[in-house]
Design a protein around this ligand. Sequence first.
Ligand code: GLN
Length: 483
Amino acid sequence: MTSATLKQLAQQLASKQVSSVELATHYLDRIETLNPILNAFISLDRDRTLAAALVADARRAAGEAGPLTGVPMVHKDIFCQQGWKTSCGSKMLDNFISPYDAHVVTQCDAAGMVTLGHSNMDEFAMGSSNENSFYGAVKNPWDLKAIPGGSSGGSAAAVAARLTPVATATDTGGSIRQPASHCGVTGLKPTYGVVSRYGMVAFASSLDQGGPIAQTAEDCALMLNAMAGFDARDSTSLERPPEDYSRSLEQPLTGLRIGLPREYFAAGLDSEVAKVLDDAIKQLQKLGANIIDISLPNTELSIPAYYVIAPAEASTNLSRFDGVRYGHRAAEYKDLVDMYEKTRAEGFGSEVKRRILVGSYVLSHGYYDAYYLKAQKIRRLIANDFASAFQQCDVILGPVAPSAAFNIGEKSADPVQMYLEDIYTLSVNLAGLPGMSVPAGFTANGRPIGLQIIGDYFSEAKMLNVAHQFQQASDWHTRAPVL
Ligand code: GLN
């Protein structure tokens, strides 16, 4: 049962080999044993989970089960879920019990899925290593000295350690793909607007996008089927006919045009990562794909542009945490301004404060044109780079991160070093494109390495097809850490 995929568990439930209560109990017991060493969860609620599993079993007994009814899952602690604490990894929301459900939560509940718990994450999703959580760093299940990647490190670590078959996550600049890569699991960041942001605590609204992390591409497709869909409560939610994201999984890759951006295979890429990518590309060529040399000339501008735009949006989004309406409030203060100041000084961690300061600065009168406007222009150039690349190829392949997972503490003192981790992931968010990470190998010391697949807008089914075919011809995604 432990290593079963979402697909397999759904089949076992459908054939009544196992009940949802049995599955939930199995995973909760495993979480109870392993979470003390991994710190992948912020909230667990056994009674609530088992009650949801009982409802799922009753639905099945009544003949009303859908394909995912009774399957256990985990939500990143950024998704508001009624009756659950939704902290977003912050002291600011440590006392916040959500009174309502995010759209993603509503959709998963409607499918009959059972929430096992809420996963740990970088505070307000700011980070690349999951060391910024108020609840402490998450450990990488492959090597407890290593970071799991951020900001959805709890979700990725939980799937890797087989504490859940699947988890939700969010990606503003790489937070689904990076932890998926570092933990040896599969993650998909959809096209901006495919998954509703309603009830998903906002970091940088024009970049944030929810998506699944699972063992396989096939499971990501099934999970995206549940998560995606138009929602009038998110003004950037796209009104499109519903899609079956698993419809193309079995298509052969004959004639597929894979673009390899020169800029992604240049200096700065670790040699072990380069070797793993090389092997993966050869594997895909064997499956019938053709390789095309492409260029994304503005890649290196993605870091400065993103680290202006994301903090700018964060500084405005986070202004709502003022101690008045909900969340933390300082215990003692002289007057209203003192209350705001003390509340925010106590409630936010240092990376969040850094972003608020940078964001307020780049939006301020006199600096707006020089920084924010300039960054928006770069954003357009980056989107244009991809538009011309996709005239030559069907998908783009590259690394997810410059190296495999580094050690906890190795980069946390130097924010710029940390930001450089995001060089291969940020452009995708700036352009609003979909991106995936697929397990593709390991370093000599056993740390996972992911392969990034970038697609054109709304090409999720094609990307999942490429990933699934790769997974049919490789077994990296089936490896699990020994815990
Ligand atoms: N590492 C990036 C940041 O810290 C991206 C985080 C994310 O995707 N949520 O902003």
